[in-house]
Ligand binder design. Structure first.
Ligand code: FES
Length: 120
């Protein structure tokens, strides 16, 4: 089975997934902090991640995804929307959660502690 690993603020989360699982759905299995303000319908870009390993294991980006990524912050060559990128081959997919996505996640989950915020 493929493995997906998320990296954010010095922490990592990892899980195995069934083929065909999208990164957003996979993040929920381990409560990795990936935002999803639109609920995964390709309308917000808050699930924006950088794929640091295993890009070739993912489904190719469709035009709809590219259109939404055009509106995202700090888009790079390895940017994907977690709700659109599905794991299609066995192996390791590693993603770095973008600041945009972290901000959205902690806004959506006020009970979760954002380690980026210093305690006073
Ligand atoms: S969750 Fe909104 S575009 Fe992916």
């Amino acid at each position: 089975m493929p493995t997906v690993r998320w990296l954010a603020h010095g922490t990592s989360w990892e899980t195995t997934v069934e083929l065909g699982t999208d990164l957003r759905a996979a993040s929920k299995l381990v409560e990795a902090p990936e935002g999803d303000a639109c609920g995964g319908v390709c309308a917000c870009s808050t699930c924006h991640v950088y794929v640091t390993k295993g890009r070739e294991l993912l489904s190719p980006a469709e035009e709809e995804e590219e259109d939404i990524l055009d509106k995202a912050f700090d888009v790079r060559a390895n940017s994907r929307l977690g709700c659109q990128a599905k794991v299609m081959k066995d192996g390791l997919v590693e993603v770095e959660v973008t600041r945009e996505s972290l901000d959205a996640f902690y806004n959506e989950h006020p009970q979760a502690i954002d380690p980026r915020k210093k305690k006073h």
